[in-house]
Design a protein around this ligand. Structure first.
Ligand SMILES: *Cc1c(COP(=O)(O)O)cnc(C)c1O
Length: 371
């Protein structure tokens, strides 16, 4: 049968490998610990849950398309101008809007080898050419990025910290990158895990996004705020970029429950502090325990760790994934991120963290026994 007489997607669309989310089930296992999507083990603030419920008796009403209540709450919390905050259906929505607005046919968009997969998808979906830049020690390399900038480079996406590696660039490096980019190239600083970082040389990028015409910072309520199900993200951007994005975004791209729960979550600083403290306690513990079993663990400033396995039969990441899944411990396979021999583990509850370490100890013992 000829396929010539049917609609065909624009060039680039069929080059996209659809994003595959982290698994949430382990068939045949009673109790599942989902450590595959960097969700918080503490859940959302009780205040956010109450706010979510409050929306349920007004479901016939359209949301406030301007998300005024949420933008004002974000502005108060972070000391920002509400008019320069734009909200989205998750920060994924905003990452796509940025490419749709700034990347045209044949334009180039840069991201790093083990960078977040959404960047490549957004660039291809916009008709652009994805330019993947090598990293150094699983970390973005500013010189390598700058070496790939051309007059066609319209956007540079940098996750800081990066997912799935957990590494980060100090703010001095981010500023060096920005200073060397052409003023017509948009720098997107994706700080989805910014609240978790406890390093005094780190900055999520508010200062750059506040003062430069070509920098956007994106944030999310999906991670430390525990509202991934509601899809709430936002960006801080110069007025002219907000203006462009408002023209193409869905008029109601953030729903009422997301607006109410997001605003309430911001009021509960204690809950966020508790989530950060839990992470600060368990990232080092998990990293040391797993390294102690002989696996390389990439040092992480976020709420997950990247664990590297061997390429030998019986010892691969796929073998470990199977072994852990059979025990209800669902980690993230990161082959699509160019890391076929690693798994990403989200920091879970104390119980989950201890179970993973115990299971990996057994796995390491079995594989060591095989020589
Ligand atoms: C989880 C994540 C996001 C957030 O996505 P949402 O659409 O807001 O849920 C953005 N960037 C990175 C690097 C992430 O890991």
């Amino acid at each position: 049968m000829s396929h010539s007489a049917r609609p065909t997607p624009r060039p680039g669309i069929l080059e996209i490998e659809a994003y595959v989310p982290g698994k949430s089930v382990a068939p045949g296992v009673q109790k599942v610990f989902k450590l595959s999507s960097n969700e918080t083990p503490l859940g959302p603030s009780p205040k956010a849950i109450a706010a979510f419920r409050s929306v349920s008796d007004q479901l016939e009403l359209y949301p406030d398309g301007a998300a005024t209540k949420l933008r004002e709450a974000i502005a108060r919390r972070y000391g920002l101008e509400p008019s320069r905050i734009i909200c989205g259906n998750g920060s994924d929505d905003i990452l796509h809007l940025l490419a749709a607005a700034y990347v045209g046919d044949g334009d180039e968009g840069i991201f790093t080898t083990h960078g977040f997969l959404v960047y490549r998808i957004a660039i291809l979906a916009a008709g652009g050419v994805p330019i993947e830049v090598p990293e150094t020690n699983y970390t973005a390399n500013v010189d390598a990025i700058l070496a790939r900038v051309t007059p066609r480079t319209k956007i540079v996406y940098l996750a800081n910290p990066n997912n799935p590696t957990g590494t980060y660039l100090p703010f001095a490096e981010v500023k060096r990158l920005h200073a060397a980019l052409p003023p017509t190239t948009l720098l997107v600083l994706d700080a989805a895990y910014g609240e978790y970082v406890r390093r005094n040389d780190y900055s999520a990028g508010i200062e750059l996004a506040s003062t430069c015409e070509n920098v956007v910072m994106t944030r999310t309520f999906s991670k430390i705020y525990g509202l991934a199900a509601l899809r709430v993200g936002w960006a801080y951007a110069p007025e002219h970029i907000c203006d462009a994005l408002h023209r193409i975004r869905g008029p109601f791209n953030i729903n009422s429950a997301a607006i109410e729960a997001g605003a309430a979550a911001l009021e509960d600083a204690g809950h966020v502090d508790a989530a950060a403290a839990h992470n600060e306690k368990w990232v080092p513990w998990v990293s040391e325990q797993i390294s102690g079993l002989g696996y390389e663990v990439t040092p992480s400033v976020a709420n997950f760790v990247l664990i590297h396995f061997s390429k030998l039969p019986g010892q691969t990441a796929a073998d470990a994934d199977r072994f852990l899944s059979e025990r209800g411990l669902v980690l993230r396979n990161v082959g699509a991120y160019g890391l076929p021999n690693a798994l990403r583990m989200t920091i879970g509850t104390e119980e989950a963290n201890r179970l993973v370490v115990d299971a990996l100890r057994v796995f390491a013992g079995i594989t060591a026994g095989r020589g």
